[in-house]
Ligand binder design. Structure first.
Ligand code: PLP
Length: 226
């Protein structure tokens, strides 16, 4: 397997190529390196290769990494968020991709206000209505439109989705349409689409993704799924 720095460079090349096909500017797409289950040394290696944005899915696992790694890393939270972890997540992470209900959004807004924060957030949508996955249903998402502009302590960037592998491109496209609809209903600009992982990020970019969350294609396979 090539070195981590080479894998990162190759990924950037593939993102740029997918942007080229879609007539997009590669500067519009951020590569988030998903480092969950990998040690701080692996993050350090990616950092030394120029990577600055990393994704983690558990606060307890991320905390010791955040502690020892350079302060200019932008940590993104991408996992299920329990309320009792909200304050710690707001302290360590600039961005939360997994806001899966209006109740959680309202709770985060309150805590962020108390702590003088204004994190970037993405609303996670269960775009294909899969039983096994969390997130807003498309109906609940559009139903939340009226409430979102009042959340002044959240910088709502847009939507996050983890669609089924089968027909992923169609679901990415559907996620973009939902984003457009939500933007129209809320009056918020919602420029962000967090979508695409190791196996499908090129299709996600072709459909408008602005953040691809890539783990195994950078760090290798994980021993346990998480
Ligand atoms: C683990 C994870 C990823 C990265 O998955 P890979 O297939 O390893 O690229 C992306 N997004 C979320 C929400 C994840 O939990």
């Amino acid at each position: 397997m090539p070195e981590l720095a080479d894998r990162l460079a190759a990924l950037r090349g593939r993102i740029a190529a997918a942007c080229g096909e879609a007539g997009r500017n590669p500067a519009e797409v951020e590569l988030l390196a998903v480092s969950k289950t990998f040690p701080a040394e692996a993050v350090r290696e990616a950092y030394d290769a120029g990577q600055r944005a990393f994704g983690e899915s558990r606060q307890q696992e991320a905390a010791p990494k955040i502690e020892v790694l350079p302060a200019d890393i932008r940590w993104h939270f991408i996992g299920g968020l329990q309320r009792n972890k909200a304050r710690k997540v707001l302290a360590g992470f600039c961005c939360i991709h997994s806001v899966d209900s209006l109740r959680l959004a309202e709770y985060l807004d309150r805590v962020a206000g108390e702590d003088g924060k204004r994190p970037q957030v993405y609303l996670e949508v269960n775009v294909a209505g899969e039983e096994s996955k969390g997130g807003f249903s498309p109906g609940d998402l559009l139903g939340a439109a009226e409430s979102l502009p009042a959340l002044r302590h959240l910088d709502v960037r847009g939507l996050m989705a983890i669609p089924p592998e089968e027909d992923a491109r169609r679901w990415f496209s559907r996620t973009r349409e939902l984003r457009d609809e939500l933007a129209a209903r809320t009056g918020l600009s919602l420029p962000g689409l967090s979508m695409g992982m190791s196996g499908d990020f090129e299709d996600a970019v072709r459909e408008g993704s602005t953040v691809v969350r890539v783990g195994s294609a950078i760090f290798g396979n994980r021993d346990h799924p998480l």
